[in-house]
Each structure stands twice: as C-alpha cells, then as structure tokens.
Write a protein that binds this ligand. Structure first.
Ligand SMILES: [Cu+2]
Length: 644
C-alpha cells in the first residue's frame, strides 16, 4: 500500500474506504478476526478534478458551490469562544470539518480524559484537571517570509490567561502555557520575523495582551485602590512555549497586531482611563494604540533592567508613559486614537495599521514608518503617525484587507461591512476634497463582530473573500430555541461591488478566524507508532501487568477486535490502561468506552492513548468500540472483570 501520511488531501475523495467496509466485513465473517490487507490506497488525482462519476442525475451548481466530490479552496480556522475549542470550516462551502478541543473537555476524542491530554491541559496534585473551562478568541498561525508556513496555530484562553499551540499536521493541541499575573488575555498575534536577526524570517514569538487590569501581585493587597491596578503585555517563545518577558503598561490591552519587519507589535487600548468602574472606561475622548519596540524591550531584559512580580520569574520591563518619555530610548509609543477602539490590523503591504474606535465612527490609519520615526526621535508627536481617519460608519470594529489597497471594516451598529480605500483616505485626510475613502457598503445579518479576508493577514492577501462573523442571527435559520446559532456570511470581494454569497451557520460563539489557502496546510492521515513511548507495538505484548496495587493493562485494537477479549482486575487497583490502534487504514479510528467508569476516548490509526483510574466497582463492564469501524463494530468489545 502507499500510505503517504504527509500528503495534503488535495484530491478527490478516495473510494478505498467504501471498498474497505465491504471487503472487511467478509474477512471478519470468515473468522480471521483481524483485518489484514485492507488498506485504502491513495489514488493519484489532480486537484479540482471533476466529481467522480456516479449513477444518477447530476445537479447544476453555482460558481460558489463545492460540488460533491470536490474540495474547498480554503480552510477557515475559527475560535469557538467560551466553548473553549477551535473550529475548522471549509470555504467557500461553509462546511464544518472539525472541532479541535483545546481548553474544553471533549468526549469525542477523550480530551481531558486521557493521561496524554491531561498532561497538556495541566492537572492538580490529585490528577484532576486544573481548569476545565476556557474562552478562545483569536487564532493565528506561524509565519515564514510573511505568509503562513502551515506549522502551528496559536489560540488564547481569555478566562484563565493561557496560550495554546496546535500542530497543523495533526490539527491537535500539543502545548498550553499559563501566563503569570494577568487576567482577560484577549488579543494575541504571532510575530513574522526577528526584529534584529535578518536570517530569522519566521515566527519565534507570540504576543499576548491582557485586557483586565489587576493589583500586582493579585494576592489580596490593594484591591480597593484602582490606581494600583496594572496590565501586562506578554511575549511567549513559540518553540518552547515559555514566557519570555512581560511589559508593564498604562491602560489595558485589547487586540494585537505585528509588523511584517518584526520591529513592532501593537495593541489597541480602550481603557486608557484605567477605569475600574464601567462608566469610567468610556470617559476619555481619546484612547490609544500602543506600540512596543521589540528589539529595545529585549535589550532591556538582556541588560537586567527588569523586575519580577510575586512568585513569577518572568522578567517585567517598564513600559509605562512616565518611564518612556524620551522616544530615543522608549520601549513603548502610545498613539492617541478616538474613543474606545476595538481591533487593530496591519495591511498586507506592511505599511499601515487600521485601528477602529467603536464609540467613534472612524478608522484610524497609522503609518508603520512614522511610528519607527517616532522611536528614532524624529516625529515629535506620536499622534502624527496617524495619516488618515475616515468616517466609515457606526460601531467600527475589525478590518480585513484585499490585495488592491482596500480595507473592509465590520460596522457593528450599522450591521454593515464598509469597503474603503486606504490611499484615498490618506489623500482626504491631507485635505483633498475629491478623494472619497468609502467605496462600497453591504448589509450583513446582523451585528458583525469579526471580519477577515482570504489570506488577508499575510502578504499573500488575494482579495477573493471576506467572511463576516455576525453576533446575532435572529431570523436567518430555523429556530432552535432561545439559544441561537451565529451566522457567518461569505462575501465575494473580487469585484468593485461586494456580493453576499451565502450564510452558513456556526455554533456559538466564534470571535475571530483566519482564511488559509488549502495548499499551505499539509496534514498527516495516520500517526507513527514510534512517536508514542508507551505504544503497545505488538498485540502479543497485550495483557494485565501487576505491581502490587498498580496495574497496567496493555491493549491493541485492529478492526474488528481488541487484542484482549477480557481482562481481570481486583477492587482497589490503580489501573493504567494503554491502547494502541494497529490499524493503518486512513480514517480507521477506534473508540474505547468504559461503562460506569466515565472513560471514553478514541485512538486514530497507529495512535496510542492511556487512561488511569481506580477499579473501585466490582462487576462486569463491557468496554466497547465507540467509533464506527467495521461491519462487526458492535461486536468489538472487551470484558473488564473487577473482582470484589
Ligand atoms: Cu472499532
């Protein structure tokens, strides 16, 4: 068989599995018990090939439809909000392909149940999960040379202040880091290259903004004195996932953007008032977009110009206004932006940041080169880095870009997407009365939050689609009770006028997404058994291995049977059950459910997982395969006997 586990499935669906299910049934019935020689072979076929011929009528399809047998052109990776996961959709179809469990627990795959996933999420001394809730908002991938390199994706947890990393080859979470001394970790962004070392043209840092200010350290002191509350901006190493440094700032952090030259990262600030009470957070007419000079911050850390907070060992440098008055040595630059901005995005040419004021009908355009000039001491007033401020509509939030110099901003209050031209906005700001920034508007349904363009966060922005993630769906879908689904609306932005392509429903409650060309993502279809140190590599190794009260059960799966038809334990045993899936066939996943012990997980082809539990209930427990695998799937069981 030719099992190429690194091939992007840029091909039409393989009919091998259909063949497998039919022939495997026969082998099972013949009494062989184990499936042999039933691998689905990869079939050579060109991308975009015609749908496989099938008996029956062929429907006609619109240009935006993905006909049966063909694949979407883009992946859309989306945060799941307070469900704690990350979702994958295909675009333009809008079909949901997968949910990647991250900060949640997930019954389907056993995330938060298996020992391996618990070790990633983090546990308390008694082995239970440290946190079982999370709130994902922003997903961003690793970059090489200004575009996605398909290696990693990063996502925040706003509730507990954690950053997770997802491997793109398996689309599974492999690391989670908890950030010290912060609350409300909202915006995050990967860097695109090193600010100093030109040879490092890929992501090595992930920046994280803290939205809620807290007393530092937050140990019960200074709770009534709002002036003592502070926020930190954090840098995490994308390889080790260790926290590298933090910057103490005035005001809070909301969303984060990074420059294409690696020199700057920034966060919009909606509460420069440092208000602790609701009304105070909206009192100032101007807030800010706060820029960090990455090289200077790292020089300061190297030079030992830092403190630490509480029990954390992470170096914290001082980025407050009072300590950064001289631009030539400043670590930070506060660019004033009208009222309570939400969202900051950089244009694909790397020249401009768009930062919208949600309580101001404007988008501010900040020129990257001018912020650098301010840091060189050559721009006296940071506000002069703002080169345009077009009035675009009510409640502007997030901006996506095409490849023709246009920006697309979500207008929450107007329920519209507004298309505006950046250079025209700059001309108008300079006084050119003939320059018109706004070029088009389209209604969306309803109240758009995030919006993003295809490849729009990279230098390969292609100007084909804008996706509007709307916060209210009201009458757009069949009613399903008081909790509505949300709408994502796909808009064709390739022409002069925006065109609404379709609505697709998304489960509550996505915040931000990115649209990535499918050729960038190279996934594996099966695991390598050698990657798992505890793998049961030979079914003959299966059995019950006792060391006093500690018992290890080694088990393998191969359709349609587990290697042990039964296994015996004694009441009170501390049992670690290890299961290795020996099937090599793509898509041949098995499950393992243990009644009354609250255990349920899957093993994908060639994967090993383990669970640990106390066998505290005597009796017979039929452990069964949950993931349909074979005509004899229902027979695929193992009898666990717990002796009193
Ligand atoms: Cu099975």
């Amino acid at each position: 068989m030719t099992q190429d586990d690194t091939t992007n499935r840029d091909t039409q669906p393989d009919l091998g599995r259909r063949k497998f299910l039919n022939s495997a049934a026969l082998v099972g019935l013949s009494g062989a018990g184990l499936s042999v020689g039933l691998s689905a072979c990869n079939k050579e076929s060109a991308p975009g090939a015609k749908a496989p011929s099938a008996k029956g009528e062929v429907a006609t399809h619109s240009p935006y439809e993905v006909p049966p047998g063909q694949l979407d052109e883009y992946y859309s990776f989306s945060s799941g909000g307070h469900s704690g996961d990350v979702r994958i959709y295909g675009l333009p179809s809008g079909r949901q392909l997968k949910s990647i469990p991250v900060f949640n627990t997930d019954n389907l795959v056993g995330w938060g149940i298996t020992n391996e996933s618990k070790a990633i999420i983090g546990t308390r001394p008694d082995g239970s999960l440290k946190y079982s809730t999370g709130d994902t908002h922003h997903v961003h991938q690793s970059y090489t040379d200004g575009t996605y390199d398909g290696k990693y994706m990063f996502v925040n947890d706003k509730i507990h202040g954690r950053l997770a990393r997802i491997r793109m080859d398996t689309m599974e979470c492999d690391k989670i880091t908890e950030i010290p001394n912060i609350q409300g970790f909202h915006g995050t962004f990967t860097d695109k290259r090193d600010p100093v070392d030109a040879s490092i043209n890929h992501t090595t840092r992930v920046f994280c903004g803290a939205e809620f200010s807290i007393p530092l350290p937050n140990d019960g002191r200074n709770m009534d004195d709002g002036s003592k509350y502070k926020s930190l901006f954090t840098c995490i190493d994308s390889n080790t996932m260790d926290v590298r440094w933090q910057v103490l700032i005035d005001g809070n952090c909301d969303l984060v953007a990074t420059s294409y030259d690696g020199k700057l990262t920034c966060t919009n600030q909606y509460n420069t008032e440092m208000g602790v009470h609701y009304e105070e957070t909206m009192s100032a007419e101007m807030d800010a977009c706060l820029f960090f000079n990455v090289a200077r911050v790292e020089e300061a850390v190297k030079a030992g110009k830092f403190t630490t907070i509480g029990s954390s060992k992470v170096p914290v440098v001082d980025g407050t206004r009072a300590s950064n008055k001289d631009p030539k040595t400043a670590l930070t630059c506060y660019v004033p932006i009208p009222k309570n901005p939400h969202g900051v995005n950089i244009s694909p040419d790397g020249k401009y940041y768009a930062c919208s004021g949600k309580l101001s009908p404007t988008a501010s355009v900040i020129e990257h080169a001018l912020v650098l000039k301010w840091f060189d001491g050559e721009l006296p007033n940071a506000r002069d880095a703002v080169v345009a401020e077009p009035e675009i509509g009510l409640g502007p939030l997030h901006t996506g870009f095409d490849n023709k110099g246009n920006a697309y901003t979500t207008l929450f209050l107007d329920s519209q997407i507004v298309k505006w031209n950046v250079e025209a906005a700059i001309k108008a700001f300079k006084g050119d009365k003939t320059a018109k920034a706004v070029v088009d508007r389209i209604d969306v349904h309803y109240q758009p939050g995030h919006g993003f363009t295809s490849m729009g966060e990279t230098r390969e922005a292609d100007g084909r689609f804008f996706n509007s993630d709307n916060k209210f769906s009201k009458d757009r879908f069949l009613p399903v009770g008081p909790l509505h689904c949300e709408t994502a609306q796909l808009i064709d932005i390739s022409g002069d006028k925006m065109k609404l392509v379709h609505d697709h429903s998304v489960l509550s409650e996505p915040h931000d997404s990115i649209i990535v060309r499918r050729d960038i993502i190279k996934t594996r279809q099966i695991y390598d058994m050698d990657e798992f140190p505890n793998a049961v590599k030979d079914p003959a190794e299966s059995g019950v291995f006792r060391n006093g009260k500690k018992v290890t059960v080694k088990l393998t799966s191969q359709a349609p049977a587990f290697s042990l038809r039964e296994f015996k334990l004694k009441k009170g045993d501390e049992v670690t059950l290890i299961l290795t899936n020996h099937d090599k066939v793509e898509d041949l996943t098995h499950g393992f459910a243990m009644p009354k012990y609250d255990i349920n997980f899957i093993v994908n082809p060639q994967e090993t997982k383990s669970v640990t539990f106390i066998a505290d209930k005597p009796g017979v427990y039929w452990c069964y395969c949950t993931h349909f695998c074979h005509a004899l799937h229902l027979e695929m069981r193992s009898r666990m006997i717990v002796e009193a």
